[in-house]
Design a protein around this ligand. Structure first.
Ligand code: NAP
Length: 541
């Protein structure tokens, strides 16, 4: 244990995570029996769960949940509503002393936390936390800069210190200078958290940890979400993830960090893939693609990239080692300008949903929506010679139209904007069908390519029952799995296909293009269906 916290301490390096660390740690006598000798030896323990609740019981429950997946937990004491709750929680902690590496944090409001008391009270609470079983404490620069080192030594000398600096609003230029300033007090570890307005900036934050031991780099903000997941891979000593409530912008939950992204297992050799779009928060592609990597035990991860500025993302492809990415709205057309090459069908459709990063960083684009449509339909009806109707004339409708036309189906288009419908029909050699004709005409298949009926407007159908004169209805929507349109069709005895089929088929197609292997389709489909069922349950609650 560092009793001389102000001197560099080679034995207490946070997050070093090696057996060497375990050996050095074992040499020092640890007066706190709750602390394991092997802090952070297991990579999973470099994921630091953040427990933050307003009452002692809530905090305790979060701690218990965290300990099921990691042995490193930050206790946000500043979230507890008052000193009584804090005392209650710390008393229970002192009695139980879980075998874990606990970091006490009591961040003041001035530094972005919730604690309203003085610096003196903050230090008193941190000291109580150390006595109760926390080995580490996190003290922000706003407080430490106003404390004489002797006072810190007397009150907190028992603990290992993380010297932290947080920039929630402004993003300082000189990050290395800030790191050097934090180092000057000779803490056991330093932590720099910076709100990032671009992916490029979040990479700069991660680079702070390159080649530096005991440095925790925390890029904050929605755009920095992928960087948070990749923090350990880039050398950060810890990556933070909340058990329940986000304590900083852009956080990834503990469950996602370990269960979905397996952030603890990512190394420099891990391949990185992702989906770019805006918004992207509800994309199921990470669930689908990561299930494939997990099923095949591949060292790869698939991340959601919230991308407003395409150039910012493209500049980050090489530094993050991105090997391929999916493209969704609003970038499916715009990405074409940035590609080095593109397959003929994607060029004809005028939209790319899959990009492969080839040698030298060149970008090759293709479109698997097209493949997804065919895989979803061709087992159900013979497409050659069939008569099909596409309702809607947007981006997805284009992929459907090209797929159907290519398979020898005759394509009819019906859309609220006549010009759009005509343009699409012309592009595939099809015809426009005016809406009033739908009641009188028969089709082998009707495809809904509009968002009508999509969550949350689940009670709406794009077409009335009397307009459904066909053998099969294919709704591209996959939230919900069974749409109002599909219900109306089923009542008329019409076979239905959910957009889930296309989603899984286009995604497994991407997976195969990137990996060059056969996709574990069943495992990938199961993961998506599980996620959709879970979502539906949450909506009903
Ligand atoms: P999009 O480019 O915005 O096109 C939407 C089309 O629907 C446009 O023709 C639009 O007409 C029309 N539309 C929208 N609201 C309408 C309304 N109230 N009444 C009549 N027409 C309306 O969108 P997209 O990318 O093609 O996506 C369409 C749907 O397909 C979405 O629900 C999406 O989730 C789904 N999709 C599913 C998959 C899958 O894998 N399952 C893949 C891609 C897309 P205007 O141009 O006049 O607005």
């Amino acid at each position: 244990m560092c009793t001389t916290w102000y001197k560099p301490c080679s034995t207490c390096t946070i997050g070093q995570g090696t057996s060497e660390f375990a050996r050095t740690d074992a040499r020092v006598s640890d007066p706190n029996p709750a602390q394991p000798k092997t802090f952070f030896m297991i990579a999973k323990d470099k994921i630091c769960a953040v427990a933050a609740a307003t009452d002692a019981l809530g905090m305790w429950n979060q701690l218990a949940r965290a300990l099921r997946v990691t042995r490193t937990v930050e206790l946000r004491l500043d979230w507890l509503s008052d000193a009584d709750e804090m005392d209650r929680f710390l008393a229970r902690l002192a009695k139980t002393r879980p075998r874990a590496t606990l970091i006490a944090t009591c961040r003041r409001r001035q530094a972005g936390g919730k604690f309203r008391g003085t610096i003196a009270r903050q230090l008193v609470h941190l000291a109580a936390a150390l006595r109760s079983g926390c080995a580490w404490y996190d003290l922000e620069v706003e407080s430490s800069s106003r404390c004489p080192p002797e006072l810190l030594e007397v009150l907190l000398g028992e603990g290992r210190r993380i010297a932290s600096a947080h920039f929630f609003q402004r993003s300082p230029k000189n990050l290395r200078g800030i790191a050097a300033d934090l180092d000057r007090g000779n803490p056991d570890a330093i932590k720099i958290a910076v709100k990032c307005d671009s992916l490029g900036r979040s990479i700069e934050v991660l680079r702070l940890a390159h080649g530096r031991k005991s440095t925790i780099a925390v890029p904050m903000g929605d755009v920095a979400l992928p960087a948070r997941v990749l923090a350990l891979r880039e050398g950060s000593a810890l990556a933070y993830a909340p058990v329940e409530y986000a304590t900083a912008p852009g956080q990834v939950t503990l469950q996602e960090m370990i269960g979905l992204y397996r952030a603890d297992q990512l190394g420099r050799k891990s391949r990185v893939y992702g989906v770019i779009g805006n918004p992207i928060g509800h994309s199921l592609s990470p669930v689908l693609q990561n299930a494939g990597f997990q099923a095949r035990r591949m060292e790869a991860v698939f991340l959601p990239f919230p991308v407003r500025d395409l150039r910012d993302f493209l500049r980050s492809v090489e530094p993050l080692g991105i090997a391929g990415f999916s493209v969704t709205l609003p970038h499916k057309q715009a990405i074409l300008r940035h590609l080095d090459d593109c397959d003929a069908m994607a060029a004809a459709i005028g939209a790319v949903n899959t990009v492969v990063v080839r040698g030298g960083g060149t970008l090759y684009g293709c479109n698997t929506d097209y493949v997804g449509v065919l895989r979803a339909l061709e087992l159900r009806i013979p497409l050659r010679g069939s008569r099909t109707l596409i309702f809607g004339a947007g981006g997805a409708a284009r992929a459907v139209a090209f797929a159907l036309a290519q398979s020898g189906a005759s394509v009819c288009v019906c859309a609220r904007r006549a010009k759009q419908a005509q343009a699409l029909a012309r592009a595939v050699g099809g015809e426009v069908v005016e809406r009033p004709r739908l009641q009188r005409e028969f089709f082998d298949a009707i495809v809904n390519a509009t968002p009508i009926g999509m969550h949350p407007a689940v009670g709406r159908s794009p077409l009335a029952a009397r307009e459904l004169n066909c053998r099969l209805v294919f709704d591209l929507i996959y939230r919900p799995r069974v749409t109002k349109l599909m219900q109306l069709a089923a009542l008329r005895g019409i076979e239905t296909v959910s957009g889930v089929e296309m989603f899984v088929a286009q995604g497994t197609g991407q997976w195969e293009i990137w990996t060059g292997e056969r996709a574990p389709v069943a495992a990938m489909r199961r993961a998506v269906l599980r996620a959709l069922t879970h979502e539906a349950k949450m909506v009903r609650r």
